[in-house]
Write a protein that binds this ligand. Structure first.
Ligand code: SAM
Length: 186
């Protein structure tokens, strides 16, 4: 598919068996339209699917980098192809469960459109572990469908991070952001 996002014209390969193969998911678009990426940010696209979030993040962070992770091998292969197709030189794509492929690394921004089908325990784990993989003042963004319980997920974010704000909503989706603050760094 061909798509314009944040002023970038992208070409994206998709396949059966990956999330939202026909078009960019509305939640994904809400996330991409509203996440604030600094030029030097190190971004993690957690559960990257065919890679659109991480690719836009890499373009918004030309002096930083994007790391894309997914547990699904087919998604990882597509994301790698899409990184190459869009001439992205500051992104890498890794296969694995959650933070396993980036065990010792921290990021300035983590973006998650959570795998609801994987179950609440997995989604809660990804939220909780995100905090451990953020640098101080790092931001965590989570988007989800209101009808699929994203407000409850924002409460898990509050329990993990403290303050959470709703950045945007529309089309039945809500986008939340939390920040890793200094207050509990001792
Ligand atoms: C809702 S989709 C989002 C895909 C992509 N970020 C987007 O917005 O189009 C969730 C993705 O998480 C992946 N996933 C599921 N469980 C995972 C896990 N434990 N670790 C990493 N990725 C996982 C799925 O394969 C799927 O691609």
């Amino acid at each position: 598919m061909a798509v314009g996002l944040r002023g970038f014209a992208l070409r994206l390969l998709t396949e059966a068996g990956v999330f939202s193969r026909e078009r960019i998911d509305r939640g994904t678009r809400l996330l991409i339209d509203h996440f604030e990426v600094c030029a030097t940010d190190r971004v993690l696209d957690l559960g990257c699917g065919y890679g659109v979030v991480g690719i836009v993040a890499a373009l918004l962070a030309p002096e930083g980098s994007a790391t894309l992770v997914d547990i699904n091998r087919r998604a990882v292969e597509l994301a790698r192809q899409n990184v190459a197709l869009n001439n992205i030189s500051n992104a890498e794509v890794l296969c694995g469960d959650g933070f396993a492929p980036v065990r010792d690394r921290t990021f300035d921004l983590i973006a998650l459109n959570p795998p609801i089908r994987a179950g609440l325990a997995v989604v809660h784990r990804l939220i909780a572990e995100s905090r451990d993989h953020l640098a101080q003042a790092g931001r965590f963004y989570l988007v989800g469908r209101t009808k699929q319980g994203v407000v409850r997920l924002s409460q898990k974010m509050s329990a993990t991070f403290g303050d959470v704000c709703e950045v945007a909503k529309g089309g039945g989706f809500r986008l939340y952001r939390a920040e890793k603050t200094n207050s509990d760094s001792c």
